[in-house]
Design a binder for this molecule. Structure first.
Ligand SMILES: [Zn+2]
Length: 211
């Protein structure tokens, strides 16, 4: 018997219009650390408390050792710049981030169940007309086009992440991706986790689940 802990790929596929779960290959629904998948909600919390204006920030060092250079919100989402979102998060008052998280059905941005997290992204895509949201969605489209999620290979809205591995034996990290497809009025939403690989690889795996 193969131990349950050795399943390498988990995913959840939803109808982005109705919110119905179409397919689930996720062993448990226990809360996980969303890692970089929290960044769009950090961006929105920042926007709400700063007149919906995003800064440009100089990133000299990041997960990309040479840094991302001077970077604005769209590129920061597309390239998943840690410096950018650490700076935004540090500028938030107590409770501001939690308030945004709760509005999207999350208990917080540092812990979320897989289904809640995917629903939060579907909700984000539905609120394109709200202040601050469109910039974030543009960043996600850029992520799928030329950023960390480009291996998704479709015109989609996407965000990658890497989070501490929850498996045994433990890997350096698990890659995550959220993909909403197509980019305009998405029909399908996928959350995928790939054991021991970066989020860019998770994006490639998700591309097969978009129909
Ligand atoms: Zn950076």
């Amino acid at each position: 018997m193969i131990p349950a802990a050795l399943v390498l790929l988990s995913f959840l596929r939803m109808d982005a219009q109705s919110g119905r779960v179409l397919e689930r290959q996720w062993q448990d629904d226990s809360p996980m650390h969303p890692g970089s998948l929290a960044k769009p909600f950090i961006a929105l919390a920042y926007a709400q408390s700063h007149q919906f204006r995003f800064p440009e920030i100089r990133c000299a060092r990041c997960w990309l050792p040479r840094g991302h250079g001077t970077i604005g919100p769209r590129e920061a989402i597309a390239q998943s710049c840690n410096t950018y979102f650490d700076t935004l998060r540090a500028a938030l008052g107590p409770g501001e981030l939690d308030a945004v998280a709760r509005r999207f059905g999350l208990r917080g941005v540092d812990e979320a169940r897989p289904e809640e997290l995917l629903r939060a992204y579907i909700e984000l895509s539905r609120r394109a007309a709200e202040p601050g949201v469109n910039v974030i969605l543009e960043g996600m489209r850029l992520a799928a086009r030329s950023g960390t999620a480009k291996r998704v290979g479709h015109d989609a809205l996407a965000k990658t992440g890497t989070a501490p591995c929850m498996h045994v034996p433990k890997a350096a990290g698990d890659g995550f991706v959220v993909v909403l497809y197509p980019a305009v009025q998405p029909r399908v939403a996928v959350l995928l986790r790939l054991h021991g690989r970066p989020g860019s690889y998770a994006a490639a795996e998700a591309s097969r689940l978009l129909q």
